[in-house]
Design a protein around this ligand. Structure first.
Ligand SMILES: *Cc1c(COP(=O)(O)O)cnc(C)c1O
Length: 482
């Protein structure tokens, strides 16, 4: 839709913005990168951006802000209660998401905390298309569990299913019959299912889930953190919606859910988060928790400047020239990598390109964290920081047994309007070199393993001196190149 055709026939994404404020990047030598990752216990969360060339850890809070967002931040109305900045944001939520009642919270996981605390009871089961790390942690903290009901083939690496984020309706019905409606606080649908490669669900599927929710009288909650991109892919891939505007698709999607929550770090290219609904009864259950955990109802732990940026950003989510950018750059990154033979999750999804670490490093067993090892190896050979999304991001059960992840992915996030095409080409080039030298990559093991969300603060070490071998081979092949 927003693709520009080239006379040459070349298929490349074209930037539909210009760069006016820039940040200098460091591309430090590989020897420095070795020291940095060694000092960071082979966990790339521990790196300083001083030592990173392209930070592809996440899109969270890393999307480029627009001139309109920055200028709105200047007129922020500082007030503990009743801030006009909040009113402007609230109007945006009503206009774009179609929900009248809004609770602000400091980011997406704070919304998950409030929702879990309000509705999830011990022993409950939350059916979802797929879990998200922070959502799962909050559900488990309430003594409950999630049930993942993705459609068949959703975790196949290479696929031509345009909607791998779809929920399997038969599995959903079976789950409800088995668990009982009393034990299900709500069904959760996550837009652009993050952990399986940013894969969207279709409008058809969401409507079908809504029908089941209505039939059984169960609430439908939507994680809308990556809603804009899911809506864009509905427009691109689901023919019934081709003629509709992004704004119409967005509103249709949120209209099907009773409760919508989001990380504004993603949805609106700013900071913050929120929960919105048209149901006063649901609002009334959650509202008292906001002043207790987040801040007063008109700021929710955010600065008013952030709220102004959200107020503008929520409207920009309806702009195809904004939302298409990251998606089209990801597609370019995935397609170019596949041409080099690199195993990638297909079709390309949103928020980042996803490398199949299990296919990249079949010689590394899952309990030695192939995706974490690949993140270390890619950082070493390129200065690019990705994020492990595999068993390292998983957890141990009460008996200390590790739950092996369904997929071992290295996510290379492509925040909106941040990177240029030559930078993306550099990523493909280094990934290609690494793939040709993949047998050099070895495993990792924990030297310190936190109980909850272990990937954030865990410390690791390589199972052999393989990182040094990568440094040596890089020098041999690239001479004195950075
Ligand atoms: C990022 C994310 C969250 C958590 O949001 P934060 O603002 O980082 O706390 C929740 N759900 C999904 C789908 C996300 O991508």
């Amino acid at each position: 839709m927003q693709q520009v055709k080239f006379f040459s026939g070349e298929q490349i994404p074209l930037e539909l913005h210009k760069v006016r404020i820039v940040q200098k990047l460091n591309l430090v030598p590989i020897e420095r990168r070795y020291d940095a990752i060694n000092d960071g216990f082979f966990n790339d969360y521990m790196l300083s951006t001083n030592d990173i060339y392209l930070d592809m850890l996440t899109d969270s809070g890393c999307n480029a802000m627009s001139d309109n967002q920055l200028s709105a931040m200047m007129r922020a109305d500082d007030a503990y209660a009743g801030s006009q900045s909040f009113e402007r944001f609230h109007h945006g939520v009503i206009d774009v998401l179609g929900k009248k009642l809004l609770l602000p919270c400091h980011q997406g996981r704070a919304a998950e905390h409030i929702i879990a605390k309000s509705f999830v009871k011990p022993g409950n089961v939350v059916p979802c298309n797929y879990h998200f790390t922070t959502f799962l942690a909050h559900v488990q903290e309430q003594g409950a569990t999630v049930r993942e009901l993705l459609c068949d083939g959703a975790t196949d690496i290479s696929s031509d299913n345009p909607f791998k984020g779809n929920m399997d309706i038969d599995k959903l019905k079976a789950c409800i019959e088995e668990v009982g409606t009393d034990n299900i606080p709500f069904i959760r649908m996550e837009a652009s299912t993050n952990l399986i490669g940013g894969q969207p669900f279709s409008m058809r599927n969401l409507m079908d889930v809504r029908k089941v929710a209505d039939h059984y009288g169960i609430l439908l909650v939507m994680d809308a953190s990556l809603l804009g991109e899911n809506a864009y892919l509905i427009k691109m891939r689901e023919k019934e919606w081709k003629q509709n505007s992004l704004a119409e698709i967005l509103k249709m999607m949120t209209g099907l859910a009773d409760l919508v929550y989001f990380s504004a770090r993603k949805l609106t290219s700013s900071r913050g988060g929120g929960i919105c609904t048209n149901r006063q009864d649901l609002y009334d259950v959650m509202a008292p928790l906001i002043p207790e955990y987040e801040g007063f109802l008109t700021y929710g732990g955010m600065s008013v400047r952030e709220i102004e940026a959200m107020a503008v950003g929520i409207y920009e989510t309806t702009d195809e020239t904004v939302i298409s950018q990251s998606v089209e750059f990801i597609k370019y990154l995935v397609d170019s990598s596949v041409k080099c033979g690199i195993p990638m999750v297909t079709p390309p999804g949103v928020l980042g390109a996803h490398v199949d670490a299990a296919g990249f490093c079949p010689h590394i067993p899952q309990n030695e964290y192939p995706a974490g090892a690949l993140a270390v190896a890619l950082y070493l050979c390129s200065g690019v920081r990705g994020m492990e999304r595999g068993t390292l991001s998983s957890f141990r059960d009460e008996n200390g047994v590790e739950k092996m992840a369904d997929m071992e992915l290295l996510r290379l996030a492509v925040p909106r309007r941040v990177f240029t095409l030559s930078q993306i080409k550099y990523v493909v080039d280094r990934l290609h070199w690494l793939y040709e030298n993949r047998e050099l990559i070895g495993g990792l093991r924990f030297t310190y393993e936190p109980k909850v969300l272990r990937f954030f603060l865990g410390k690791l070490e390589p199972t052999s001196d393989w990182p040094r071998k990568i440094v040596a081979k890089f020098r041999k092949d690239f001479g004195d190149s950075l």
